[in-house]
Design a protein around this ligand. Structure first.
Ligand SMILES: [Zn+2]
Length: 380
């Protein structure tokens, strides 16, 4: 494809750009979307050559521009081609079930955006993955761990909700040939709609290089609304269940009867404080949690959306009881015509040692207050 003469141009340009990449990269990155400095430098170089174009080097600017295009095309097709990241080691939850417990704080460049849980369940016919990861680099790194545990192929992927750390790594799993991708219908539609802004936000906050190769594969997903049962071989099944909204508008929970194993998605937070985000609803969260508990045996093993694997009683205390108790306190403020200052003063010290307490406790109380006040106004 590249003729020898052009290759010499490119090689000399390479030497040249070795020294000038930083300047070009800074100069030619006006937007906050990630741009590869290597490709950028060729695009800039093509523009420079064009500016001093003579009959002699007329073809040079084209050659560099084409090269920049070719490399960017190859990068897009190849997906993530970098190193295995030092993400936490997968812990064995039970025979054939492994979970990488993500960071208990926000997604950052230090934790590679991995602040939720990624799990692998090994079945007779292959491996089932729960959560795609926050980017292809983390998905790839998790996959390398799985390959050291089993030689069975990854056959299925389900993602817990419409958030970036559930979805953005999905293109990696699609690229390596995973054909069965599952998500609840509304979550899949939501993620398709917010893909670009989510990717941009993740690139900014968790690192552009590990985020850049992610692309939207929502059209490859099989969706469901209430529940879907998947035959995974060996007489076992996986039940995907939308227990309802709460943290996010809808979700994909997962229950494996043969192993008494429940994946709660973001209805379940252990250790770190659960958070009410802009599209969260505390009442829905409470009813969805109740529905979930009613659908599974009491003695299930629980892999929550955030935090370490646990039992149902602990999870209930850490998530459900927290919201119910906080709700009762906020309701008292509303009933007595109290103010936001009274909401802020509610004693949540029982939970003060939980990670992200400082960032979320007051905003959770205010979120509940706002929901209750909206309900109150609607009643009048
Ligand atoms: Zn989450």
């Amino acid at each position: 494809m590249i003729i020898p003469k052009q290759r010499r141009f490119i090689q000399s340009a390479l030497l040249f750009t070795c020294f000038s990449v930083p300047t070009f990269a800074i100069a030619s990155t006006p937007s906050n979307a990630y741009q590869d400095p290597f490709i950028n430098s060729f695009a800039s170089y093509a523009a420079e050559i064009k500016a001093m174009e003579t009959a002699e080097n007329a073809s040079a600017s084209h050659a560099f521009a084409n090269y920049a295009n070719d490399v960017s095309g190859v990068e897009k097709k190849a997906g993530y081609i970098g190193d295995e990241l030092p993400i936490p080691k997968a812990t064995k939850v039970m025979e054939g079930v492994y979970t990488v417990v993500g960071s208990f704080i926000w997604g950052t460049t230090t934790n590679f955006g991995l602040n939720n849980n990624l799990s692998a369940i090994i079945f007779d016919d292959g491996v089932f993955i729960y959560n795609g990861g926050p980017n292809e680099a983390v998905a790839y790194s998790f996959h390398q761990q799985i390959k050291r545990i089993t030689n069975k192929p990854v056959k299925w992927l389900a993602v817990e909700n419409d958030q970036g750390h559930a979805y953005l790594g999905s293109s990696y799993w699609h690229d390596i040939g995973v054909k069965n991708l599952y998500s609840e219908k509304r979550a899949n539609e939501n993620f398709h709609r917010i893909f670009d802004e989510t990717k941009e936000r993740y690139a900014k906050g968790r690192g552009p290089i590990i985020t850049q190769s992610s692309y939207d594969v929502t059209d490859k997903f099989t969706t469901f609304t209430d529940s879907k049962t998947i035959d995974v071989g060996g007489g076992e099944t996986v039940q995907l269940i939308n227990f309802g909204g709460g943290h996010t508008p809808s979700m994909t929970g997962m229950y494996i009867p043969s192993r008494k194993l429940l994946f709660t998605g973001d209805l379940g937070f252990n250790e770190r404080l659960p958070g009410l985000l802009h599209d969260s609803h505390f009442r829905e969260w409470i009813t969805s949690f109740e529905k979930m508990v009613a659908m599974v045996p009491e003695d299930v093993t629980v892999i929550p959306g955030h935090g370490t694997p646990t039992d149902l009683a602990t999870l209930k205390r850490q998530t459900y009881d927290y919201f119910v108790e906080l709700y009762q306190e906020v309701q008292k403020v509303v009933d007595t015509g109290g103010s936001l200052a009274d909401v802020d003063a509610i004693d949540q010290s029982k939970h003060q040692d939980r990670p992200v307490f400082g960032q979320l406790s007051i905003s959770n109380a205010r979120h509940i207050y706002n929901e209750l006040m909206t309900e109150k106004r609607a009643q009048k």
